[in-house]
Ligand binder design. Structure first.
Ligand code: SF4
Length: 584
């Protein structure tokens, strides 16, 4: 690391006492790189065993990495905390301007501890930290409005991030998200509820530092190589053109797109909600996270007339991607693009995680169909596939929690199904609602055994597709998934957007480290990836996770995947193999 680099500065903030201090943690950054590697260590230090995820002792750790601000697409920030949804390791990544702002403010990580009695937001402007009264922002209906108000009040436009929660976070919905720069999110595992439990409405960060490099010529050469690879790569071009929404039709064709709470894996209206249709009819603009030449963020422009006002229209920009199209589209049987955009907008306004929200509504719809719940529970709402108006009302109830049913549903489908029944079709794995990939055994194995129970851990959905039609053994699938998850620890420590994983390969990463004054070869990186991965499992085991107690919803064995009908024994065998490999 360059001697003048401020990456190893960790800013600690105590919300209870309204104090802060900075510690130089070269020990952590030199050993664990940054991002996820440093964050898991800070979480282990700061989060006492058995901590209540919504109690003041649950810390929030944000961390960036040595490539942040220096190399293209190293645009993400890692957030780590104990998840109120799963009761275990919480990890979520977001882009926007969050990473560059933290780095330019002079920090590699920020740790927020304690809880405020009154609503506050924290403003970090370089080495000046302010605790601002947020009482007037608490309770504002839209997370978008909160962002606009703070934007007016705080300095540092351009290299400033505004992370904030909506009503869902305030009301401690266990799958509330943190919105950053309006269209980016720390989406998964309930960071929004942790903010809410601390009465933390928002975190603003800005800074104006420069980042030193040791070998400027070498840096420029590596930068050019990376940049050229990104702008010329057909894989990255796909993200720019249609975004991940491009996956809707191919996954549907394969029979891997979950439909109506995974009662089917092919959707006859897939074309209507496809990336192609959304782009042709609604695409308004594309955005990029800071320092990303790809710009995969797609915003639809939804133009709606005002009632009784001819020629007056409201145009709303709504971000969409594959996961949202799956969870709030096919999973709910939503058959047209306009309805889909309306429900997406509501989820954004409320500050909910789109994947968990859609899966929760899908479970509730099936539970309603089967008579496990009725209108007494839903407060008169008739939950029916595709009925977006009713779904929007149900989302508002999940946030407002006017009765016991919605209070329970606000804790996720795993919890709700334990109370009301329907566990066999409650599509949560390790307590986390599933992403949109009914691709085969590795996808589900990854949801169950991955460190954050996300499709992003092992990329099992991608492995399933790559091995289609080829010979393979179960052990080979586990090996590939584990190797992928270990390497992703390095990408998460740098912190590089996973969409560029085909470019940031081990040799390229080792090469990119050199001009920055780091001495790490491919072997070092692979070893560190393995160590960081095991540290996450140490934390998970410490907090009660067990690979022997994983619950698998029966539904996944009832609907054909591209690999045919899955067998429970196969998934269990994969978990057994994984368990043995983890202990070596
Ligand atoms: S590819 Fe998309 S998500 Fe990744 S850094 Fe670029 S704009 Fe952000």
């Amino acid at each position: 690391m360059h001697p003048k680099d401020t990456l190893s500065n960790v800013l600690y903030i105590d919300l209870t006492r309204k104090t802060y201090w900075v510690e130089n943690r070269k020990d952590l950054f030199e050993e664990y790189i940054g991002g996820a590697g440093v964050a898991i260590n800070l979480l282990r230090e700061e989060c006492p065993r058995g901590t209540d995820p919504l109690g003041p002792d649950n810390p929030i750790v944000f961390a960036v990495g040595p490539f942040t601000g220096l190399y293209p697409i190293a645009s993400k920030t890692v957030a780590m905390f104990k998840s109120p949804l799963t009761g275990n390791l919480g990890e979520s990544h977001a882009g926007g301007r969050s990473a560059i702002a933290i780095r330019m403010a002079g920090y590699g990580a920020i740790v927020i501890k304690g809880a405020s009695e009154k609503p506050v937001y924290i403003a970090i402007h370089g080495d000046k930290i302010f605790f601002r009264d947020a009482s007037a922002l608490w309770g504002i209906k839209s997370s978008l409005t909160v962002g606009r108000i703070i934007r007016e009040r705080e300095l540092g436009a351009g290299i400033r991030t505004i992370m904030r929660i909506g009503r869902a976070g305030e009301k401690l919905v266990r799958y509330a998200c943190v919105v950053t720069e309006t269209y980016r999110h720390f989406g998964r595992l309930g960071l929004g509820a942790v903010f809410g439990s601390k009465k933390l409405k928002a975190l603003v960060v800005s800074g104006r530092r420069t980042i030193p490099v040791s070998d400027k010529k070498g840096y420029r050469e590596v930068y050019k190589e990376l940049f050229d690879a990104m702008v010329k790569s057909p894989a990255m071009r796909k993200y720019h053109d249609l975004g991940t929404a491009a996956n809707v039709l191919p996954l549907n064709e394969l029979g891997a797109l979950p439909v109506k709470n995974l009662q089917a894996s092919k959707f006859e209206k897939a074309k209507e909600i496809s990336g192609e249709n959304l782009a042709e009819k609604y695409l308004g603009r594309r955005l990029a996270c800071a320092h990303c030449p790809v710009a995969c963020i797609h915003l639809a422009a939804l133009r709606e007339p005002y009632e009784d006002e001819p020629y007056f229209y409201k145009t709303t920009f709504i971000s969409y991607d594959y996961e949202l199209i799956y969870s709030l589209g096919s999973m709910l049987g939503v058959e047209n693009a306009e309805d889909l955009l309306k429900i997406l907008d509501e989820v954004e306004v409320l500050g909910l995680d789109g994947i968990s929200s859609g899966v929760a509504l899908a479970w509730a719809t099936e539970a309603f169909e089967r008579g496990l719940i009725g209108e007494e529970e839903t407060l008169g709402l008739k939950l029916r596939w595709g009925n977006v108006e009713t779904y929007i009302k149900a989302l508002r109830y999940i946030v407002a929690q006017p009765n016991e049913f919605y209070r329970v549903l606000a804790r996720g489908v795993d919890y709700a199904s334990r109370i009301y029944g329907g566990e066999e079709f409650a599509l949560a794995f390790g307590g986390n609602e599933m992403a949109g990939y009914h691709t085969g055994p590795t996808g589900y194995f990854g949801f169950l055994a991955g460190s954050r129970h996300s499709h992003l851990d092992m990329g099992g959905y991608s492995i399933d597709q790559k091995v289609l039609g080829k010979e393979f053994t179960i052990e080979e699938l586990v090996d590939r998934a584990l190797k992928e998850e270990e390497w992703r620890q390095i990408l998460s420590s740098l912190v590089v957007c996973f969409f560029a994983r085909g470019i940031y390969k081990p040799e390229m990463v080792a090469k990119a480290f050199k001009p920055l004054g780091w001495k790490l070869n491919v072997k070092d990186l692979e070893e560190k990836g393995k160590i960081i991965h095991r540290l996450k499992y140490e934390f998970k085991y410490r907090e009660g996770f067990s690979l022997d107690k994983l619950k698998i919803p029966k539904r996944i064995f009832e609907v054909p995947t591209p690999h045919g009908i899955l067998k429970e024994e196969t998934i269990k065998e994969m978990i057994e193999i994984f368990k043995k490999k983890l202990s070596t």
